[in-house]
Design a binder for this molecule. Structure first.
Ligand SMILES: [Zn+2]
Length: 375
């Protein structure tokens, strides 16, 4: 299913607890924020004292049968960390000097084409954010935001507190965000009934009128063509080995065997979803990766808790991991690999019900932008 959210009053979702007089917002709606608010609305609306006694609450928010994905602006997709563009005129052609992706060139050992801009020979730089394809053209998507200046209120005199001016960045009203909502078939009607046309308040400054949003859900036909992407990925690399890539569409939390946070996605994590004796576990290894880490803070608004959540270290959304076969594989084995890749769920790792760990196998960005570069 698809989740759609309309911003009715400015939204600020701060990404840290730091107390400063400039508060910045993230430029997407993290699933964990929306899910937390919806859970709290559910509890208040039904007036339940112990959510663990309510079967529908447990099914929607705790069972893993309902997974909320991050919501990104206006149907835009996340640019992977492998995207590069001109340092001085970055962006897609024809508006700017073009975008290159480094995954396929790295596998072909053809990094020379990434050293400089094809238009002006300037150095290439990281290209972060969101993009969208409209009428055959790619464009970079900027989330509309503004700064709102406010003063703190002196609680005794109920007037502006002296010397306590602060400014807050906010996502503008009128913006739309969309994301994935994975729901088990048996639960779809109940989830739609609870969520449709639901008005909620998210983020900070809710008591000052900010964060008013409206949510809808609707069914979305799945159009996944993994076989085609896998074949194209391998034919573009054009090597006798077999490859597949995993790109993170949301931050991912993974522990190693000593319960430390991982900064990489390894084959061991994928094996949790495949059998130990699978074709992938016997034949593949992590070949290279482009990744980052990010500290995730949060606030637990469960009844009677109201405490900050423990900070966690996540692998940053946009990170790319490429796996390579140890030896050239016959065609019959490739069919088995695809069927095993199909068994990997859309969300993997820890805290998946909050939208962490959304993955895309052989993401089309790596294919499209290699083709664009060559043309
Ligand atoms: Zn350039």
């Amino acid at each position: 299913m698809k989740l759609r959210l309309e911003v009715l009053s400015p939204v600020t979702i701060s990404c840290s607890y730091t107390s400063i007089n400039e508060i910045y917002t993230v430029d997407y709606i993290p699933a964990t924020v929306l899910r937390g608010v919806l859970a709290s609305v559910y509890i208040k609306e039904k007036g339940i004292s112990d959510p663990m006694e309510d079967n529908l609450f447990k099914e929607i928010f705790l069972s893993g049968k309902c997974i909320f994905g991050n919501l990104y602006y206006n149907e835009a997709s996340l640019l992977p960390l492998s995207a590069l563009s001109c340092k001085y005129n970055s962006g897609f052609i024809p508006d700017a000097h073009g975008v290159k992706d480094m995954v396929i060139p790295r596998l072909k050992n053809d990094m020379k084409c990434l050293e400089s801009c094809s238009c002006c020979n300037a150095p290439m730089d990281n290209f972060r954010g969101f993009y969208k394809r409209e009428r055959g053209c790619f464009t970079k998507v900027e989330v509309p935001k503004r700064l709102i200046a406010r003063t703190a209120i002196n609680p005794m005199r109920e007037t502006a507190a002296h010397g306590e001016l602060f400014s807050m960045e906010a996502i503008n009203e009128g913006s739309f965000f969309t994301g994935r909502l994975y729901v088990d078939n048996g639960l779809k009607d109940k989830v739609s009934e609870f969520l449709n046309s639901r008005e909620v308040r998210i983020g900070t400054a809710r008591s000052r009128g900010q964060g008013h949003c409206k949510v809808w859900v609707h069914d979305e036909a799945s159009t996944d063509n993994l076989i085609e992407r896998f074949d194209r990925f391998n034919s573009l690399v054009g090597d006798k080995h077999t490859y597949f890539s995993i790109t993170l569409l949301s931050d991912m939390i993974v522990f190693d065997r000593y319960l430390r946070y991982c900064s990489n996605l390894t084959l061991d994590t994928l094996l949790e979803y495949l059998s130990v004796d699978s074709t992938i576990s016997n034949n593949f290894k992590l070949d290279f990766w482009i990744s980052g880490t990010r500290k995730i803070s949060g606030w637990n608004s469960a009844p009677n808790v109201s405490l900050p959540k423990e900070d966690v270290v996540a692998i940053e959304k946009g990170s790319v991991f490429v796996f390579k076969s140890n030896n050239p594989l016959p065609e019959a084995v490739k069919v088995r690999i695809i069927s095993e890749l199909k068994r990997i769920p859309e969300f993997i790792g820890e805290r998946v019900t909050e939208g962490f760990g959304q993955v895309s196998i052989c993401n089309k960005f790596h294919l499209e932008f290699y083709k664009e570069m060559k043309e």
